[in-house]
Design a protein around this ligand. Structure first.
Ligand code: HEC
Length: 157
């Protein structure tokens, strides 16, 4: 067997190391889409969760109801209600997405789930604008139910 020169080994292992560290940085988490649609829709969904938190606390009685503050939280949630759907283009199904293929194979049903969500949020906005505290918990439930219903049909756990 021919001896492989030490220098060559060194170079080969450097190349390997570089490859591994690049892989670790960008590997499975790299968003390969030119418009980074997966990163964008995920960031919006995370904001959904963040915006919903104070609303849920009031609905469950763990945070006191204050009309103006509550209205402002609901307005924040409502502003986002149209946003994530813009980031599900035809070529938007790629790893590591959690979306089910039905997002793309059943676009009308997916659209309907968006409409249900939007109208639940709109209903909650009306309740918040009226300052209708007794109706609040039920309206918040309807919003979270529509999140869950869409996830059941269109998101992998
Ligand atoms: C019309 C469908 C639909 C509605 C309504 C919906 N989601 Fe989602 N959500 C999805 C889909 C699809 C994904 C998976 C996105 C992906 O990975 O491609 C998702 C992903 C998420 C994620 C994970 C984000 C990540 O970083 O991977 C969170 C958190 C989330 N949704 C929260 C919510 C909350 C909270 C609501 C309601 C206030 C909501 N969603 C309403 C469809 C929906």
């Amino acid at each position: 067997m021919r001896r492989i020169p030490h220098r060559l080994w060194l170079r080969a292992s450097l190349v390997l190391l570089l490859g591994l560290s690049l892989g670790a940085c960008f590997g499975p988490e790299k968003d390969t889409h030119p418009n980074q649609v997966l990163t964008k829709r995920r960031a919006l969904f995370k904001q959904f969760t963040r915006m919903l938190e104070p609303i849920g606390l009031v609905a469950s009685g763990r945070k006191p109801y204050q009309r103006e503050e509550f209205l402002s939280s609901v307005q924040d949630l409502e502003k986002l209600a149209d946003k994530p759907w813009l980031y599900f283009p035809a070529d938007g199904n790629y790893p590591p997405t959690r979306s089910k293929p039905e997002v793309w194979s059943q676009p009308e049903k997916f659209k309907l789930a968006q409409d249900n969500y939007r109208s639940a949020v709109h209903e909650l906005l009306l309740v918040a604008q009226r300052g209708d505290q007794p109706a609040l918990a039920k309206a918040v439930d309807a919003v979270t139910a529509s999140c869950k219903s869409c996830h059941r049909d269109f998101r992998n756990e």
